[in-house]
Design a protein around this ligand. Sequence first.
Ligand SMILES: Cc1ncc(COP(=O)(O)O)c(C=O)c1O
Length: 369
Amino acid sequence: MSDKPVYVTQPSMPPLEEFMPYLEKIWDSKILTNGGPFHQELESALCSYLGVRYISLFTNATIALVTALQAMRMTGEVITTPYSFVATAHSLLWNGIKPVFVDIDPDTLNLDPAWIESAITPHTTGIMPVHCYGRPCDVAAIQKIADTYNLKVIYDAAHAFGVRDAQGSVLNHGDLSVLSFHATKVFNTFEGGAIVSPDAKTKQRIDHLKNFGIVDEVTVVAPGINGKMSEINAAFGLLQLKHVDQALARRAEISARYRAELAGVAGIRVLPESDRVAPNHAYFPVLVQEGYPLSRDALYQKLREHNIYARRYFYPLISDFPMYRGLPSADPANLPVAAKAAAQVLCLPIYPALTEREQSHVIGLLVET
Ligand SMILES: Cc1ncc(COP(=O)(O)O)c(C=O)c1O
């Protein structure tokens, strides 16, 4: 039995005393929100750190996804993945859009471009893929289909903070990308999110939409929402940014050790890495397959009995939840790869403060069975 519980993740928190000067500034200025100085500073710091041109901070990624769909004026049907967190599809329902699920690729566990075309109907206005676990989608194939059928692409990049491919930031693909800065993410602002946009005009529309549609005291241009990030969250983000490289480096070490020590375990499949991607090691998923002595759920249970709380991300599939399961595209027969992944996946603990001893314990339990 481990001394204290080990969860799948633990939020990164810089030393409290480093945060105090930021709080003092907020107390002095009395500027708490509405695009204040920390908000502006974090937007420009993130643009440089991530290598993107325009960013709009949000209160969380879910409201950012809802707003991104409004900004792109998406309606009708949008093609998406069932293998994600429910917020991906919920953002479509909040816009009155019908999600159309297509299956995922067995190697990336991301939307499989091979199935997208057959799901397009006269009502389709866009595609919402997810860079699941921060592992990039096949962005070139998705863009080709979008260009052919004149569709918008909004990436749910909630997991993809800092991920780079051969072209630079993975957040520059598609029409918009949405990040999450939730407590469980690689970079957190307690709660938070952002939309990455390619040009100033799009950013301006998004900034209006996240502030009730207000342009000035007497002008409202859209039925916007309140999606603004507060000064306290933005200040925390600026402090987090100072520590994020260190956090990413520690994640890389933990990931490399899992890869090395689980490589020879029969029935445990680790997803392949690409040498063209600089990853963020946001999650460490394994697939518990035939040849392993325990089922996925038995392994999950065994770890819990040893105070290790691995998580079955993503199980159940979004398409299995009651508000989606009646859709024709939610039929399990339409989504065999996703159904298999959901039945096999287990995300192991990975976060900068995970100790070597704790990781040895997790690995030991997986290997000994
Ligand atoms: C893929 C995905 N999309 C969207 C969200 C929603 O993010 P938030 O909690 O910031 O609203 C999350 C996680 O929280 C997620 O994992």
